[in-house]
Design a protein around this ligand. Structure first.
Ligand code: R5P
Length: 294
């Protein structure tokens, strides 16, 4: 078999799950950190397909290590480089919101697309991006949905009301609702800063006595889900749970969500996090079967 999974030590749990599901060996990339914080990765030499598992949370540090590792993999014999980045960074800046800004999505897309032959990711932040292939050209891109596995972890006993915090989450709330045989609705969100949002509920469903599950693709500052939890409880929901794909939040945010009234917070393992409850390895592995025969 001419494929191997390689990952940095920080991501070895998720990488090990993927390697085991694929029946491949996992090799850890050694990372030397110099006193001035420069890094030097050393990869395991391999001739064939290298599947690099690297969730791009904490992106500023990880991107440099990954770029250097790409060079090392190619020099060490890799004939094909596949990046599995279950969380893809820098997609939020997908347009110029103000004069003088950078178009981060395209800068990072080019950086990765020119180095990898294929990129596999989960629920990319695609609010204004219709063609992900163009962002990561010339690499081939596969974007996977986490709706099915997340719905399985949410469960339908009792049937919840699935709530998306903004208009963009509607297709996703709908997919999870349909998977659970549950109704869905969305809130109206106005962002007021990095940490603050205003949420409103236009008419909509009666939540009195209901189990509500608020879903989102990303929890970062937690401002969105904290405000959503408070609003949904104020509407009379008996129980509020939170389910996110990419858990980017810290322990203080987790405490604020609990204090706001969330009885359970779960996430997929696209980013290593204490709230991880849903393994994406089966879905990632299914998307990688073609790599096993090349
Ligand atoms: C917005 O576009 C996303 O879907 C999330 O709602 C947002 O990124 C969450 O960010 P925060 O946790 O900082 O409110």
């Amino acid at each position: 078999m001419s494929a191997v999974v390689q990952a940095f030590a920080a991501d070895q749990l998720g990488a090990a799950r993927l390697a085991a599901t694929l029946g491949l060996e996992l090799k850890i990339v050694q990372l030397h950190v110099f006193p001035d914080r420069e890094v030097l990765p050393t990869v395991a030499p391999f001739v064939g397909t290298v599947i690099a598992y690297c969730p791009l949370n904490q992106p500023n540090a990880k991107l440099v290590s990954l770029m250097l590792a790409c060079d090392a993999w190619r020099r060490a014999g890799a004939t094909r480089l596949v990046l599995v980045a279950p969380y893809m960074c820098y997609l939020r800046q997908d347009t110029l919101f103000a004069p003088g800004q950078a178009l981060s999505r395209d800068v990072i897309g080019r950086l990765l697309g020119e180095r990898f032959d294929r990129i596999v990711t989960v629920e990319p932040h695609l609010h204004r991006t219709s063609d992900l292939g163009a962002v990561f050209a010339p690499a081939q891109v596969t974007a996977l949905s986490a709706a099915g596995p997340l719905a399985g972890a949410i469960g339908a006993d009792p049937t919840p009301v699935v709530i998306g915090p903004d208009g963009e989450s509607e297709p996703w709330a709908r997919a999870i609702g349909e998977a659970l045989g549950a109704p869905h609705m969305t809130l109206q969100k106005t962002r007021q800063g990095d940490h603050r949002v205003h949420l409103a509920l236009d008419g909509g469903r009666d939540l009195k006595g209901r189990r509500a599950v608020i879903i989102d693709d990303i929890c970062s500052s937690g401002g969105t889900l904290e405000a959503a939890t408070a609003l949904v409880l104020a509407q009379g929901a008996e129980q509020v749970e939170i389910a996110v794909v990419h858990a980017l939040f810290d322990w203080a945010t987790a405490r604020r969500l609990a204090e706001a009234g969330a009885s359970r917070v779960i996430s997929t393992d696209t980013c290593p996090h204490p709230s991880n409850a849903v393994a994406m390895a089966p879905i990632l592995a299914a998307a990688l079967t073609q790599e096993m025969s090349t």
